[in-house]
Every structure is written in C-alpha cells, then in structure tokens.
Design a protein around this ligand. Structure first.
Ligand SMILES: Cc1cc2nc3c(=O)[nH]c(=O)nc-3n(C[C@H](O)[C@H](O)[C@H](O)COP(=O)(O)O)c2cc1C
Length: 347
C-alpha cells in the first residue's frame, strides 16, 4: 500500500489520525478532527457502558464522517492483596502529607479490557474503525467485529509485535515509537529495553508486513508527518500535539506543565497504573522511581495514585498527576483541533 492509499484504509481526506487519549478528551475532539478531514478517535478504555452509549450518540448526532473507537485489551491480572498492601505502605507518607484517609480508597481500578458486553454496545453502531492498545481481543470477538465491516487496527512497539498482529488479521498496524506519550502499547514483552525509536521502528515494520503501517510518536508538525510518510508509513497518529486544543479536556495543571520547560523532560514510568507510560517528570515519578517493582500490576497501581492525584490537585499541585506527554511537545498549540489537523497535513 502506498502513501496515497490512506483513503481506502481510513475513509478520510487526510492521512492524520488524532490519537485516542483516555482521560483528556472525549467526543468533542474526535468530532472536530473527523470533520476537518482527519480521523478523530474516541478513547473508550475508561468509559462506563452508559458513558460509552452517550458518547456514541453525541458522535452520531455531530458527524457522518468516520471516527475511530479505541479500547484496551490487557489481560486483567488477579488482584494481589499482598502487593497492594505493600504499595499502600510505600505511599503512606504521601497519604499522611496530603491528609488522606486510606480507608476511603475506591473498590477497584477503572480500566477494563474490551469484552463481549462492549461488543454488544457497539453492535448497533458498527464503527468504521476500532483500534486496540495492548494486543487484540480473542478470535471470537475479532470475528464479530469484522462481521460488522469494521476495520481493526492495533499498536506494535516492536517488529515482533507487528508480525504477531498481522498474523491475527489486523487491517493496519500502528508503529508506536519510544517517543510517544501515554502508555506503551507493548504486549509481548514487559522489558522496556525492547522499545525502539520511531525512525528505527517504522522502516523495519514496513519492510516485513503487507498491511499498512501508521506511524505514532513524537510527530508534531507537517515536516514530521512528511518524514514519517517518507519512511513508508501510510498515515500518522498524533497525540501530544492535540493536548492544548480547545476541544480537549486536558486539565489546567496538565496544560500548564505542557507549556512550561518541565515538558522538556518526560520519562517512562509504571507508578501511575502499573504499565509503562510516558509522562512529564514530576515529584511522584522521581521519588517512587520511574519503573517501580513495587507498583501493583496494571491497572491496580492507579487505585492509590488516583487518590493522591485528586488530593494534590485540590491544592493546585500536579506533583502526583500522570502528566502524559510525548518527547516532542513543540507542536502543542492553543488552537482548534480543526486548524491543527490542517496544519499537520501541510495546509
Ligand atoms: C495523554 C495521552 C493519553 C493517551 N491515551 C491513549 C489511549 O487511551 N489509547 C491509546 O491507544 N493510546 C493512548 N495514547 C498513546 C497514543 O495513541 C499515541 O501512541 C501517542 O500519543 C503518539 O505519540 P505523541 O504523543 O508523541 O504524538 C495516549 C497518549 C497521550 C499523550
């Protein structure tokens, strides 16, 4: 598939996908990007069934253009009480400092993988495209989604993952370079030393798979987009650059960090959720140790960290917030998503 074939894949005028970004955006950003000719994405990983239905209805009412629905596909590990208790002991000084009662912790973590109930909810809507992070759902669910005529795409962070996804029948592969903000989509290995930068990853995947490749990670302007297409990508997926857009729900504290020199230092950390994700370095990351062996498995580490975040944010502090960002915040602009999409496409 050549550079001009994104239309066939995405059904859009422009080869630009707005990356789904759970927690910082909803249908408003997705609709704005799709209406501008790119592919808007709705992050569904943290939505309840009721919220998902409400967002589907908003999208249906606002645009007839394709929109991508994004889900996580992680294996849900058993809740490890011992590990969680040790994590609570580790975080106790911060709970004391922020005056939080640890008995008030929520019962569970808020990220559930794609499952048959999700498929039931989507069935009536039949999205044009569904993207997955952390692998793929099982064979039966894949067949069900394909039966709707929906295209399935998923993230690879290594050549091995790309070959695995192709063998399972995806329609396209998102090559997520190490520069990317948010969670690493890695699913075949938990070893972060396997992770590869975008300029190394895209050509390797393009040369070994037949399906189209979408480049993601550190792309922030039209030149970056062109470079990714030159490397053989059919389209790009851009996240961080959209974080300051008018239609994003990015918090004021997150926006302030992105606009400051603090955004020059991002790192991979497991402390917020249990899986490695790239965010702006703050006190929590530094003191709890980036890739922490103490953090419970995804998504359970987030139970306590969510409490710390809420309490600190009440004091106007982002020192316990997951400030997801990629390594290149230079494209973040306080403009409409429509304008940014056009700029990324070179208009
Ligand atoms: C704030 C934020 C939240 C993200 N949340 C998700 C998500 O919910 N699902 C997903 O597939 N990718 C998510 N990602 C990763 C993006 O899909 C993509 O890989 C990344 O944004 C590309 O790199 P860039 O941020 O440098 O543009 C997120 C990224 C950011 C910055």
């Amino acid at each position: 598939m050549g550079n001009q074939d994104f239309k066939q894949l995405l059904g859009t005028d422009l080869p630009i996908i707005q990356a789904p970004m759970a927690g910082v955006q909803g249908s408003a950003l997705a609709v704005a990007v799709s209406e501008a000719g790119g592919l808007g994405s709705l992050p569904c990983a943290m939505l309840s069934p009721e919220q998902l239905i409400a967002e589907i209805n908003r999208i249906k009412a606002a645009t007839a253009k394709p929109v991508n629905f994004n889900f996580f596909c992680h294996e849900m590990p058993a809740f490890d009480e011992k590990k969680q208790a040790a994590w609570q002991v580790r975080l106790k000084p911060y709970f004391d400092e922020l005056d939080i009662d640890s008995d008030s912790l929520p019962a569970g973590a808020s990220r559930t993988p794609f499952n048959p109930t999700t498929a039931d909810l989507l069935e009536a809507y039949k999205p044009e495209i569904i993207s997955f992070h952390f692998g793929l759902p099982n064979k039966e669910l894949m067949a069900r989604i394909k039966g709707w005529g929906t295209k399935i795409i998923s993230t690879a962070t290594t050549l091995k993952e790309a070959l695995w996804l192709e063998a399972k029948g995806v329609d396209a592969i998102i090559a997520q370079g190490l520069e990317a903000g948010g969670h690493r989509g890695m699913f075949l290995s938990a070893d972060i030393t396997t992770q590869v930068g975008l300029a190394a990853l895209v050509p390797q995947i393009v040369s070994q798979v037949k399906v189209p490749v979408i480049a993601a990670g550190g792309l922030a302007d039209a030149k970056g987009v062109q470079a990714a297409l030159l490397l053989g990508a059919t389209a790009v997926q851009v996240g961080t650059a959209y974080l300051l857009c008018n239609e994003a729900n990015t918090s004021q504290l997150h926006r302030a960090a992105l606009k400051s020199t603090q955004a020059e230092h991002t790192a991979l950390t497991t402390i917020f959720t249990g899986k490695p994700a790239r965010g702006i370095v703050n006190r929590a990351i530094k003191e709890l140790g980036y890739i922490s062996k103490e953090a419970p498995a995804f998504p359970y580490a987030s139970i306590e960290m969510g409490k710390l975040r809420a309490a600190a944010e009440k004091n106007n502090s982002a020192e316990f917030s997951s400030l997801w960002s990629g390594q290149n915040p230079s494209g973040c602009k306080e403009i409409s998503a429509s304008e940014l999409t056009k700029q990324l496409a070179g208009f």
